[in-house]
Design a protein around this ligand. Structure first.
Ligand SMILES: *[C@@H]1O[C@H](CO)[C@@H](O)[C@H](O)[C@H]1NC(C)=O
Ligand SMILES: *[C@@H]1O[C@H](CO)[C@@H](O)[C@H](O)[C@H]1NC(C)=O
Ligand SMILES: *[C@@H]1O[C@H](CO)[C@@H](O)[C@H](O)[C@H]1NC(C)=O
Length: 525
């Protein structure tokens, strides 16, 4: 009796705290999914009812197991899975962030059109459910914002990497161009005058470009396809409902930036002790002797087997000279040129349990593209890096890791066997990399609460306080020109010009007054 009363009390408090949350990431990548998966799992374990629409169909383990629970509903769209599985990017042309930026309107158009004809989108649009909160994956999912308007609920952006300037602008967090480089300029935090100028001008242009060129593409398509009466622009929906920005950054790993209280840094959320490896992989790794193992993976966004022939050849001939065993993420063996031999110490695998491998005691080095999750996993497990960045945030991540002394950054353009071999030798023989790595590893472990606890706290906080409007800075009421202080600068410049012209007139007047004849003479001439 007492027990059941207690149970009832327990259940009712549980229920009182349980909220309905809609998680939207129709356009997704594996790495961004990896960042939000622990958040969804955490919310479900806290008893919240989560509806999760991810463009990517769950692969292997992970969210699939979550679907067994009663308070998680997974929505699935085959057409979006095809789109999110292949974002049509490759290794060519080195760092091409500006090219990606100019391509954005075309991409947004494709993404919006695909989302607006998806049955799941219309199922949600027609639904009479109520949600206490909506969470949106911030990387090019703006087309989904009409759902936020429809459900009339506060929303949160999660960003699976460092923020783009327009993400910070959306919560009106300082853009801090004096010390925070955006991904397009990819400088360190200490910039000289020209770098600061370039970073500021291109950063401001990027925000205007986003607001004036990219977002209107989504507005236009929404108006054309959805026929919702009085549908506000995406920017207005953002401004009215956006409550929080959750970033995959970490104080010990990323460059520092000033933020408003509405920005939460949750990098490292998916880190944890390594799990045992599958049997055959464990054997390959543990039989590597004292020399140990090296992992090579350039992430999931790029297909590793698209690496150009000449670079692949450099890798293979370098690996052939090493005593280490090498595990290389390589999706498509048919891409290996006919007759080309794979050295016996190299194992190609279409999928790697990367974090678990990095946690294996035989691991010595990780050769990576410098994606944020890869760097976090390597740092957590104390494995020094060779980074060959391709685009987006990877060049900045690589630069920071090299500056902090636990990685060597190499370039795709001028990679040679000697450069690669020397870099590998440096990392394997020079203890300075491991020592620096140890320090950063301690930093990312030293946090007041786990990143997951922090994120769950803030998500529930936003729900408890109905969007927490008190966290907003007044800057969100300003126009873009006012926010960048263009009006103030214009005023100062105009006043400066005015004062200068008044001053020169006054000076001329007085200098003439003293020497009337001279001025008169001048006039005559
Ligand atoms: C999740 O489970 C439900 C019910 O078991 C099923 O209908 C649905 O297809 C599953 N979703 C995914 C993405 O596996
Ligand atoms: C390789 O190219 C990059 C620029 O693409 C340059 O900064 C670097 O110094 C070059 N390295 C070598 C060894 O030539
Ligand atoms: C080890 O690496 C550090 C940092 O790159 C460098 O300053 C030092 O000269 C290296 N030592 C040797 C013996 O190569």
């Amino acid at each position: 009796m007492v027990l059941s009363a207690f149970l009832l009390l327990f259940l009712s408090t549980e229920l009182a705290a349980a909220h309905r949350i809609l998680f939207l990431s129709p356009i997704s990548t594996r790495s961004h999914t990896n960042f939000v998966k622990p958040i969804i799992k955490g919310l479900v374990e806290r008893g919240h009812f989560v509806t999760y629409w991810n463009g990517l169909l769950p692969k292997n383990q992970g969210t699939n197991a979550l679907n067994q629970t009663t308070n998680l509903r997974l929505l699935y769209s085959p057409e979006l899975d095809a789109l999110s599985s292949d974002h049509n990017v490759d290794f060519s042309a080195g760092t091409k962030n500006f090219y990606l930026l100019f391509e954005l309107p075309k991409r947004v158009e494709l993404y919006c059109k695909t989302i607006y004809r998806d049955p799941v989108f219309h199922q949600l649009m027609a639904s009479h459910e109520k949600f206490d909160l909506i969470i949106v994956e911030a990387a090019v999912n703006e087309c989904i914002l009409p759902l936020v308007y429809k459900f009339d609920a506060p929303f949160i952006y999660t960003m699976g990497a460092m923020p783009m300037p327009w993400h910070l602008d959306a919560v009106s967090s300082p853009l801090a161009f004096d010390h925070y480089s955006h991904v397009g300029s990819a400088y360190k935090d200490e910039m000289n005058f020209w770098q600061r100028t370039y970073n500021t001008l291109t950063g401001i242009l990027a925000v205007y470009y986003w607001r004036w060129i990219v977002m209107p593409v989504a507005d236009h398509l929404a108006a054309e396809t959805l026929h919702i009466e009085n549908l506000p622009t995406m920017e207005r929906i953002e401004n009215k409902y956006l409550s929080l920005l959750i970033l995959n950054t970490n104080l010990g790993l990323n460059y520092q930036m000033a933020t408003t209280p509405a920005v939460i840094q949750a990098g490292g959320i998916n880190l944890g002790p390594a799990k045992p490896l599958p049997h055959d992989l464990e054997k390959f790794v543990s039989d590597s002797g004292d020399a140990g193992c090296i992992i090579v993976s350039f992430g999931s966004l790029l297909r590793n087997s698209d690496i150009p022939d000449d670079v692949r050849h450099i890798f293979l001939s370098t690996f052939a000279r090493l005593p280490q065993r090498i595990l290389w993420k390589w999706e498509d063996e048919s891409k290996i040129r006919h007759g080309e031999s794979i050295p016996p110490n190299v194992k190609l695998m279409s999928w790697l349990p990367q974090a678990d491998l990095l946690g294996h005691p035989k691991m010595r080095l990780f050769i990576t593209h410098g994606g944020v999750n890869s760097i976090q996993e390597a740092v957590y497990h104390n494995i020094p890096l060779i980074v060959l960045p391709v685009f987006i945030d990877q060049p900045i991540n690589a630069q920071k890791a090299q500056d902090d002394g636990y990685a060597i950054r190499l370039d795709w353009d001028n990679l040679t066997e000697e450069i690669l071999f020397n870099a590998i030798e440096q990392i394997l023989t020079n203890s300075s990399y491991a020592e620096k790595m140890e320090k950063v590893s301690e930093l990312i472990r030293d946090q007041m609460e786990t990143p997951l606890d922090r994120v769950i706290y803030w998500i529930e906080y936003i729900i408890r306080h109905k969007g927490a409007p008190h966290l907003r800075t007044a800057s969100r009421k300003l126009s873009l020109h006012q926010r960048f202080l263009f009006d103030v600068m214009l005023f100062v410049v105009l006043v400066g010009i005015l004062m200068f012209s008044v001053l020169t007139r006054v000076l001329r007047y007085f200098s003439c007054k003293g020497k009337i004849q001279k001025c008169d003479l001048k006039k005559k001439n």
